[in-house]
Every structure is written in C-alpha cells, then in structure tokens.
Design a protein around this ligand. Structure first.
Ligand code: PEP
Length: 240
C-alpha cells in the first residue's frame, strides 16, 4: 500500500523538521511492512530530504522532469538522470496541474520513457475534469490518457497509476465508493498487474470512507501530506 506525499510548490528547509515524527512513527508502526511511504517535495528540497531519509525505508520522488534524459541547454529544467543522481526513486508525471499548464499526452509519454530509462519509478497521473465527468466521458478520457501516455512502453512494471479526478484535487470532494471502485477496476482491466492509487482531497476524515474501496493500492496525498500529523493519521486510520 503506497502513501505518496505530494508537497507541490510548498515547503522550505524549516518544513523538514517535522519529518522526524514520520520517521519515528514508521519505525514503530506494527504494519510498516505493508506500506511504502514516498515523499515528493519541490526540487529544492530533494537533496536535504534524501539526507534526512538516508537511513530509513522512506523513499523520495520528484514532481516532474524534463522529457529528455540527456543533458542539454534547457534553462530551468531538471532531467530524470539528475533526479536519480540526487536520490529520487520516483517521479510524478502527468499531474493535472501540469496538464492544465500545457503538458499534453505526447509530452507526458516522452517524460515517462525518459524517467524509465533513468531507472525511476513513475507515478503516472490520470483523471477527468468536472466537465468530462458531467458529460459522462470519464472512461473515454482515461482510456486516451492511458493509451497515449503509455504508448510504446512495453515493460510497465515500474509504473504506478494515480487516478486523480481533477474536480477532487484540492476541493474537499471525493468520488463515491462505487464510482471509484468501478473506475479503478476499469484501469486495472486495461493494464494488467498495475498498481492503482487514488488521489484527490485525501485527509484523516475521509480515509475511513476511502479504505472501504478494496481494489486500491494506495493514495497520492497533496495538502494533507504537508502536515506530518495529518499524514500519520491517514496511515494509522487506513489500517485501524
Ligand atoms: C495532488 O496534488 O496530487 C492531490 C491529490 O492534492 P490534494 O490531496 O490536495 O487534493
């Protein structure tokens, strides 16, 4: 079961102080064998976080990467090789906040290929907008995102899908259990043996509801993950 923390464009060196709580919690948590915690901070904090988690089983990941894995004149960009070099094991690709800023399926596909070549595990985000949900074209949208995003990628064993309905990210809204179960099943039938996470407003209150959806392999957690206590509460409640 994955618990992936996406800090988005938040966090400073001071924010790292509270991670000790998570390290201590993980060490003594009886069910720790069953879970994988991954922190995806902004790029500026990857190095310091790698140091903090060095002697722990907690992994770090990046929130995006350039589509080219070789070095080049791309001011402001970071490639997957550089991320791997600083200690990242994972990278989030296709997040809706980046799709909304112009990343299309083709670019996402190139990024996934690049990350895979560098040996990073990819957390590949897909999800429909509110408008698409209203038009009842969720499956069509997911199908397109999966087909184009994973085009010509033979080995999918280093890819994890994060189903994140765009209308649920940062809104406090979550899908109802039967819709979510069905969507996760749909994705798992399309790509066999793939792990599928849910992301969108996961918090210590709604985890009791979300844990009833038993085909999920974990959660991608945004704002609640920036608070160590809330993040720990989510994990504890998931297993209570
Ligand atoms: C996310 O950004 O991936 C996310 C799920 O955010 P939030 O939990 O804040 O909705």
């Amino acid at each position: 079961m994955y618990f992936i923390a996406n800090w988005k464009m938040f966090g400073s060196l001071n924010s790292l102080n509270s991670l000790n709580k998570v390290i201590k919690f993980f060490k003594i948590f009886k069910k720790n064998k069953f879970l994988k915690i991954v922190y995806c901070p902004p790029t500026t904090l990857l190095g310091p976080m790698a140091e903090i988690f060095k002697k722990t089983k907690i992994d770090i990941g990046a929130q995006n990467c350039h589509e080219q894995d070789s070095y080049g004149a791309f001011t402001g960009s970071v490639n997957s090789k550089m991320l791997k070099n600083i200690g990242a094991k994972y990278v989030i690709i296709g997040h809706s906040e980046n799709r909304q800023r112009g990343e299309n399926d083709k670019l996402i596909n190139q990024k996934i290929k690049s990350a895979s070549r560098s040996g990073l595990k990819v957390i590949f985000c897909i999800g429909e907008t509110l408008n698409e949900k209203r038009k009842k074209i969720t499956k069509k949208v997911l199908n397109r995102q999966l087909r184009l995003g994973l085009s010509k990628i033979k080995s999918k064993n280093k890819i994890i899908i994060a189903y994140e309905p765009v209308w649920s990210i940062g809104t406090g809204l979550i899908p109802n259990a039967s819709d979510l179960y069905e969507t996760i099943n749909f994705i798992k039938k399309k790509i066999r043996k793939i792990k599928v996470l849910y992301g969108g407003s996961v918090n210590p209150k709604n985890i009791d509801y979300l844990k009833t959806i038993n085909n999920l392999d974990g959660y991608l957690i945004g704002s609640a993950s920036q608070n160590s206590k809330k993040f720990i509460d989510i994990i504890k409640k998931r297993y209570s």
